[in-house]
Design a protein around this ligand. Structure first.
Ligand SMILES: C[S@@+](CC[C@H](N)C(=O)[O-])C[C@H]1O[C@@H](n2cnc3c(N)ncnc32)[C@H](O)[C@@H]1O
Length: 342
């Protein structure tokens, strides 16, 4: 790819200048073509596949510098940091910051976007209630392949609410309004929890928290509020996420049966689309083999949403499905609420 082609990829990502990132991608594209600091940052990535979304990696790298407090003149442009300045005024402040951090931003282009969306706990909890109802077992060992930082493993530390029901600690910093009618919450205790990921993030560390935060668009205030609350909880209650591929890790975990009377729940969200077919098949086989040896339920929230066009995203039709041992129990937005029971 030439610099001009990569610049066009930047410009077409949003295709408008209605928010900070739309403005920045336009300006970064011009700077890339003009041989400015953006050209030096992207020099080794001109041939990156379009799917790598180099432009999102760059925006996240810039956001990390701002989050660390190293570019205070940019903070007024980031709504999640309380900024309200006009995005159209941002570029004269951003350009010098790029020049001061060329090496770091070059490295940022090697890092695939990494999110951990706690809104998905709302869907997974609905599946967990169903798993408890089906088995009558209320002590749970929770295992999560593709867990990222493991924030959804802390589900029982979050408050869930919906019309006529609630679940979880009343004083939790994180309250998820599921908007789900008809949910029947169950009493349960998570006695053990553990996850794996190819690229786990330590949510209890400052760097890990900054890393996860940098991939959430700065004008998506609801997601930032959810993530900040979950990170606060994770700092007090760190979870273990092993660096391992899903199938090998799950086989190892299930080789050790849980204590008598403990239900093993394997759960996952928006990760299977990234697994090679062999991984998908191996995980399914491992779960099936595990069922023969222990009470085990598989809860999955999975689905690839269609490219979102304004107003055309119908959750009931396109939203990811939450399944319990393959049975559809809910659909939702791909970030979680609203949750529709099926
Ligand atoms: C979109 S994130 C979702 C993370 C988390 N489950 C959530 O819902 O917030 C997908 C995650 O799957 C992980 N992943 C991709 N392939 C994997 C594999 N073969 N084994 C384990 N994790 C994998 C990625 O590293 C990434 O953290």
């Amino acid at each position: 790819m030439t610099a001009a082609q990569l610049a066009n990829q930047f410009r077409h990502h949003f295709g408008h200048r209605q928010h900070l990132y739309g403005v920045l991608l336009d300006e970064l594209a011009d700077d890339l073509e003009a041989g400015g600091p953006t050209a030096a940052i992207c020099a080794e990535h001109l041939d990156a596949p379009r799917g790598d979304a180099v432009q999102l990696r760059l925006l996240a790298g810039i956001f990390r510098i701002v989050l660390r407090g190293e570019a205070p003149r940019l903070e007024p442009f980031y709504p999640s940091l309380g900024g309200q300045a006009d995005p159209e005024q941002a570029w004269p402040e951003v350009r010098p910051a790029l020049g001061q951090h060329v090496a770091e931003l070059q490295r940022a282009l090697d890092l695939a976007p990494q999110t951990n969306e706690v809104g998905r706990s709302a869907c997974l909890a609905v599946g967990l209630f169903e798993a408890v109802r089906r088995t009558g077992l209320r002590r749970v060992r929770l295992l999560e392949p593709g867990a990222s930082a493991g924030l959804n493993l802390l589900v029982d530390r979050y408050r869930m609410v919906g019309p006529g029901w609630s679940w979880g600690p009343a004083d939790s910093e994180l309250v998820l309004d599921t908007q789900a009618s008809g949910v029947r919450p169950e009493e349960l205790t998570i006695v053990e929890r553990r996850g794996c990921d190819l690229a786990p993030v330590d949510a209890s560390s400052a760097d890990g928290a900054t890393y996860l935060t940098s991939f959430v668009w700065p004008f998506d205030l609801a997601r930032h509020a959810r993530l900040a609350a979950a990170l606060e909880i994770a700092r007090r209650h760190p979870v273990t996420v092993d660096r391992a591929p899903a199938s090998a890790w799950l086989a190892e975990q299930l080789a050790q049966p849980a204590d008598d009377g403990v239900l093993t729940v394997v759960w996952q969200s928006i990760t299977e689309q990234y697994w090679p077919l062999s991984e998908q098949q191996a995980v399914a086989a491992t779960i099936d083999q595990g069922r023969a040896r222990m009470p085990l339920v598989h809860v999955a929230m999975e689905g690839v949403p269609p490219k979102q066009m304004a107003g055309s995203y119908d959750i009931a039709e396109h939203g990811p499905s939450t399944t319990v041992d393959g049975d559809l129990v809910a659909r939702s937005h791909h970030h979680g609420p609203p949750v529709l029971l099926r």
